[in-house]
Ligand binder design. Structure first.
Ligand code: LLP
Length: 424
């Protein structure tokens, strides 16, 4: 399977069997474009790679929470990993089985716990003692037993961007193995709590196997200790974090990852759960934008496009690299450009110092690997309407989210009466 679902045919860019230009003519630019086939294949590959153990994938809905995307994945047997009641709502709307949902996050609120318990979600991944106490009280009040896993912070360095490293001691996430053990003991005393698993998530865009191996090893060591205390664990959730290729990275394949962790998990006899977001949806999608102007400066050349940092925040926020495919693909020598948007910030760029083939105003650029943390991190900054999302399957495409309109920008806003002219 090629890494990207985009390719050229006679110089024209295609997503699956669909020319991107014709979609652009129909829906306008910018827009997010996702490949159905890519999504399905990713889920199937994971299943295959981990087929030697009892394995369940939970897609990290924060990566891409469009309800059509969630539905595709749910129909493929994916569970969901959520971090808010809003994400639970989306998953349910998409038709996901509530019992396949795992709920993470350091700040779950009482009303979110109630909502999740009412629906019967699969597992609360507990991040602190205070959270466990609150969940216990809420479940008791509702006459329910809340299924839990404790999130362990295994203190391994995933060697990724500091903003997306989560498994180090200094991180706000999870608990040290010692504290986790104490929490399990406390949970054993609570009638309204049912211990089902153990959880860790060490970071995102991890491109080597060893941090995963180390984390799983440490978590399993804790499971062994817990067993000695008479605490049995059924599920090991190793979190998400498997990296993808944006540029030249060579992340492990799921098969390589499985080779490292499956024997350990098999030996101890646990079910294995995983929460990939980026690996499933990252390379399924691109942000399609149109070239507006060329602006040649003293020291830099700018290609001004109609998408901006509010549409795709990753380049500005993390200095992230997203490869760009131009359509049509023109012959000849290209140029080096900063690809920038219309927002009033110097940090508004989608690419810097990027060599591109010859481009002209009106051409399309596909900013690739934008299917994860693309639309979900977009905003209305500069009062820009959020862009549509389009799904391609074979020779067909579907609008799976409409472009926002001006009225959407002010929806819910109110002018207090004292600012309005007094009625005569
Ligand atoms: N599970 C938990 C508990 C998480 O916090 C995350 C991501 C995942 C799973 C999924 O991780 P993935 O497989 O996608 O690496 N906005 C950043 C990424 C933030 C990731 C936050 N947590 C970015 O654009 O790179």
């Amino acid at each position: 399977m090629t890494e990207l679902p985009f390719h050229y045919q006679k110089g024209e860019l295609y997503c699956e069997s669909m020319p991107v230009d014709s979609i652009a003519e129909d829906v306008g630019t910018p827009f997010y474009l996702y490949s159905y086939g890519h999504l399905v294949e990713r889920v199937k590959t994971l299943k295959q790679a981990f087929s030697e153990v009892n394995f369940q994938t939970h897609f990290a809905a924060k990566a891409n929470s469009n309800i059509s995307v969630l539905r595709i994945l749910a129909l493929e047997g994916c569970g969901m990993d959520v971090v808010s009641a809003g994400e639970i709502f989306r998953c349910i709307r998409a038709g996901a089985d509530p019992s396949s949902i795992v709920f993470a996050g350091v700040g779950k609120q009482e009303w979110e716990m109630r909502y999740a318990l009412e629906l019967g979600i699969g597992c609360f991944n507990i991040e602190s003692e205070a959270e466990l106490e609150l969940l216990g009280a809420v479940a008791k009040d509702m006459g329910k037993r809340a299924p839990i896993a404790v999130r362990v912070n295994p203190d391994v360095d995933p060697k990724t961007h500091p903003y997306i490293s989560t498994g180090l001691k200094k991180s706000k996430f999870g608990l040290t193995p010692e504290k986790a053990k104490a929490l399990y003991k406390r949970a054993m005393e609570m009638d309204s709590i049912e211990i089902v698993g153990i959880h860790c998530h060490i970071g995102s865009q991890i491109t080597t196997v060893s941090p995963f191996r180390d984390a799983v090893e440490r978590v399993i060591a804790l499971v062994v200790e817990l067993r000695k205390e008479g605490i049995t664990i059924r599920d090991l959730d190793m979190g998400g974090g498997l990296g993808i290729r944006y540029k030249h990275e060579t992340p492990p394949t799921p098969f390589e990852l499985a080779e490292a962790v499956v024997p350990m998990v098999k030996e101890i006899g646990l079910n294995l759960h995983m929460e990939p977001g980026r690996w499933i949806s990252g390379n399924c999608g691109a942000l399609i934008t149109k070239v507006l102007f060329e602006k040649r400066g003293e020291t830099k050349n700018f290609l001004v496009v109609d998408a901006a940092m509010n549409d795709l925040a990753r380049p500005s926020l993390y200095g992230a690299y997203h490869s760009i495919m131009a359509s049509p693909l023109r012959e000849g020598d290209g140029d080096v450009w900063d690809v920038v948007g219309p927002i009033c910030e110097s940090g508004d760029f989608l690419a810097q110092e990027r060599e591109l083939p010859p481009v002209k105003p009106g051409d399309l650029l596909a900013v690739c690997s934008a299917g994860a943390y693309g639309f979900t991190m977009s905003s209305n900054y500069n009062s820009r309407c959020r862009v549509p999302e389009v799904l391609v399957k074979g020779e067909g495409y579907w609008l799976i989210r409409e472009r926002e309109e001006f009225e959407d920008l002010v929806r819910g806003e109110r002018i207090p009466p004292f600012l309005l002219e007094e009625e005569e």
